[in-house]
Each structure stands twice: as structure tokens, then as C-alpha cells.
Ligand binder design. Structure first.
Ligand code: C5P
Length: 443
């Protein structure tokens, strides 16, 4: 892959400033950090460009792309090659998603799947590009670490990541996967939505008694943060939480690597930065997230305000889910939020529902929310299961001209709004017969 990256560096240097460059990047954390790395590297090299962040590549979006510009796609487009073949201009793609079509002549692609290499996030590919362009870009490595965590690739630290983590001087410590690891433990335990601990999450008294059980004392300046705990304190805390969670039939792994990196001159938990970037984009403020990644102080203030609003949005969406009428079947729950929940957060809401002890293991959760003239659908499964929600969505969505993607345990789709009731009827009849069906890999 490094050889191909060198070719792309030469290709972009050859573009010079003769024909303008347009960069298009995805709106999630990996896409935003990719855009920040790539654009900073071009700017330092004196190469001019324009940049657009997008939620997805629709046929209408692709149609409008200017042919008088060289097009560079980051963290998307591996699935849009047939469209791009029609463009009378050079196209460069740095992406890691599945390639489902032939690579056309006008397209140069860097995607680890082409080189038989282990998957890595797009921000990692952009960082390798930036470092090949100039060694000075080594200061962009922490953005690549944020992209890695954003796409949940930190569980498998490959050789590529070893070197990026070294360049970024990220500190890694084994511990409880509760974030941010840099804030006082009592607050993080009480307000965490990512890890449900019976009798502790949401309960101040529960938090205090858990910390007492674990022998973690309050100091004169309050409780320590996770990153400040000694090895022994961390181990006692994990044991106390495991004991509390043992009543849950199917707890996900609560221990893993905590990544701490310098951002705006302060040590931060990479998971928290990733969540903040993701939140900005989902609230429609990708530019603030990008400015934040590029070190702009005003963008940082704005991004923090948006992150607070996002958390409030999620909590009202969860309240809505509790109170709203749901379609409940034997092994599934469908929540059709229409315009009550943003299309960009319905996936997060479905994920939180799938972690909740309210839904027994194997329950299929389907969330639906309006997105202009379309409906965004997010499907998840509670706990480990053999069921394949991508296949289920595929069967209901393809006959009504929708698009589907994702994985067996977490998939998404987009359908025309006028097909709402057709989709619901078809989906329910598929789910009603889908009691215990093994995973299939043919979709
Ligand atoms: O959008 P949502 O969060 O529900 O998506 C779940 C998973 O499916 C994500 O990994 C997303 O990238 C993927 N997906 C996809 N193509 C779509 C919709 C979702 O690959 N059209």
C-alpha cells in the first residue's frame, strides 16, 4: 500500500495548481479526521483545494460533482465506482470500505483491501499519505489515532497502528472502558450511557458505595480520574463492577485499552474526542468538528457547546423511546420515530437500546426516522446473536428501491418516504418468521 501512496503523492504533486482539487469526505469521526489530516498536508505543501463533508454519496450528489476539478474522496466512494467511471476527470479515493465494483480507469484507489492488508481506518491511510508527502506532518498522527477509535479499530492494533501510536506519543493503559478517563470517576460512573452498571448508573448513592467497596477514597480535590488510578485501584474497581454486572446475562467486555493523547495542550481521552467530533457532525455542524481537529480555539468552544446539546438530544430521544408507541413482536421492537428523532442519531439511539437490560438477548431493534423525502433505518441486535439484521433489512428494502449496508449485527438503510407502510408490513412479516435463523453471509 505504501508504494501506491507514493504514486498518489506524485499524482497530486503533478496536479500542482493547474486544475483545482475538490476533496469530499465522510461526516463521521474517521471522515472528519481524514479531512483534517489531508487538508492540512496539502495546505502545508502549498496545494490549493476546496473541501466538502457529506453524510453519504447519493446519485444526485455524485451527478452534481464538477468535472473541471480533480476529485479526491476520503472515507467513502469505494461503493460508487460505477458512477465515478462516468466522470471525465481524475478521481483519487482513500478509503477502507468494501469495494463492490471494478475500479475504472480514471480512478486511483488506496484501500487496504486491494493490497491484502489488514483493515485500517481512512484517517490512518490519510496519515500515511501526509507523512509520505512530508515528515513534518508527523504532528497529525494524533488525528489518525482519533479516526482509529472512531471506527472502533483499536481492538486490533496492527503494525500500521503501532507506528502511528508511536508517532502520536499516545499513552496506552489497560483499564475500565469508561470514558472520559480524564474526568473525576464519580461523575463518569453516574452519567455513563455507554456502560450500564446495575444500581450504579444514574445513582449518586450507588456510585459512592461502589467506590467505597473498591477502596477508592475521595481526596481533598475530589475523586481521582480513571487515568490517575494506581494499578491496584483499577483492578479493585474492575472487580467491583464485574460483581455488579454478573446479574446481566450478556455483558460486553468492560476492560480494554484506554488511549490518552495531547489535544489543545491537554491530555485527553481519545474516546471522548471521537465522541465529540461524531456528535458535531450528527447535529449538522461538521465544519466546527473540522475546525476543532485543525486546532481552532473558537471551533473548540463551539464543538463543546454542540456536544452538550447532542447529549441532551440523545437523552430526550431515549425518553421519547420509553414513552412512544412501539411495534413489539416476539423477538423484535420497531420504533418509528418519524420526525421526533433526527435521522443522524437514530442509529445511536438503536445502539443504546440494544445495550439496555430492558431488551433480552437476541431482540432485534429497528429504529426509523425521517430524512427529508427518505426514511433512515437503523437495525441492531441486543447481545450476541446468530441473527443477521443486514440480511433482514436487505429483504425488506431492496424490493422498494432502497439502499442497505452494514454488518450482521448493525446495519442501516434508506428508503423512499412514500414506502413507509409497505416497508413496515414487509419487515413485520419477515421478523415474525425470523425466530431463530442462522447467520447467512450471502448478502
Ligand atoms: O446508519 P447506522 O448507524 O444504522 O449504520 C450501521 C452500520 O451500517 C454502519 O457501520 C454503517 O456504516 C453501515 N451502513 C452502510 N450503508 C448504509 C447504511 C449503513 O454501510 N447505506
Amino acid at each position: 500500500m505504501l508504494e501506491k501512496i507514493k504514486e498518489v503523492v506524485n499524482e497530486i504533486n503533478a496536479f500542482g495548481n493547474k486544475k483545482p482539487i475538490k476533496i469530499i469526505s465522510h461526516f463521521d469521526t474517521d471522515g472528519i479526521t481524514s479531512a483534517a489530516i489531508f487538508s492540512r498536508a496539502l495546505q502545508r505543501a502549498g496545494i490549493k483545494f476546496s473541501l466538502e463533508i457529506t453524510k453519504n454519496l447519493t446519485p444526485e450528489f455524485l451527478e452534481k460533482l464538477p468535472e473541471e476539478k480533480n476529485l479526491i474522496f476520503l472515507d467513502l466512494a469505494s461503493n460508487s465506482l460505477d458512477y465515478l467511471a462516468k466522470k471525465k476527470t481524475s478521481v483519487i479515493i482513500l478509503d477502507h470500505h468494501e469495494i463492490s465494483q471494478n475500479i475504472p480507469e480514471n480512478v486511483t484507489m488506496i484501500n487496504p483491501q486491494l493490497f491484502g492488508e489488514e483493515n485500517c481506518s481512512s484517517a490512518a491511510i490519510c496519515y500515511l499519505f501526509a507523512k509520505t508527502l512530508s515528515e513534518k506532518n508527523i504532528d497529525l498522527a494524533n488525528l489518525a489515532v482519533i479516526g482509529m477509535v472512531g471506527d472502533q479499530m483499536e481492538k486490533n492494533l496492527t503494525k500500521t497502528y503501532d507506528s502511528i501510536l508511536k508517532d502520536s506519543e499516545t499513552q496506552i493503559r489497560r483499564g475500565l472502558l469508561l470514558y472520559p478517563a480524564t474526568r473525576p470517576l464519580d461523575k463518569v460512573l453516574e452519567y455513563s450511557s455507554g456502560m450500564y452498571i446495575p444500581e450504579v448508573t444514574g445513582s449518586f448513592q450507588g456510585v459512592i458505595s461502589l467506590l467505597r467497596e473498591a477502596g477508592i477514597e475521595k481526596t481533598s480535590s475530589g475523586f481521582k480520574s480513571l487515568s490517575e488510578l494506581t494499578e491496584e485501584e483499577m483492578s479493585r474497581l474492575i472487580t467491583s463492577i464485574v460483581l455488579k454486572k454478573s446479574s446481566q446475562s450478556d455483558s460486553p467486555n468492560i476492560v480494554g485499552n484506554i488511549f490518552l493523547t495531547k489535544f489543545f495542550n491537554k491530555i485527553e481521552d481519545v474516546r471522548e474526542i471521537s465522541a465529540l467530533i461524531n456528535a458535531c457532525s450528527r447535529m449538522g455542524f461538521s465544519q466546527s468538528a473540522l475546525g476543532f481537529c485543525l486546532g481552532n480555539k473558537n471551533s473548540k468552544k463551539e464543538a463543546e457547546r454542540i456536544y452538550t446539546r447532542y447529549r441532551q438530544n440523545i437523552s430526550s430521544a431515549l425518553k421519547y423511546v420509553t414513552e412512544a408507541e412501539k411495534i413489539i413482536g416476539k423477538n423484535y421492537t420497531i420504533i418509528n420515530a418519524r420526525d421526533k428523532i433526527k435521522d443522524t442519531i437514530i442509529g445511536t439511539v438503536a445502539s443504546i437500546m440494544s445495550f439496555s437490560p430492558l431488551y433480552p438477548k437476541g431482540t432485534i431493534i429497528i429504529g426509523m426516522a425521517y430524512d427529508q423525502d427518505k426514511i433512515k433505518i437503523s437495525a441492531r441486535i441486543s447481545g450476541e446473536s446468530e441473527k443477521n439484521v443486514r440480511e433482514i433489512l436487505h429483504r425488506a428494502v431492496i424490493p422498494i428501491s432502497g439502499e442497505v449496508g452494514g454488518h450482521p449485527a448493525a446495519a442501516g438503510a434508506l428508503i423512499p418516504k412514500e414506502k413507509e407502510s409497505v416497508f413496515l408490513n414487509e419487515l413485520r412479516s419477515i421478523l415474525d418468521v425470523e425466530i431463530v435463523k442462522p447467520r447467512s453471509t450471502n448478502v
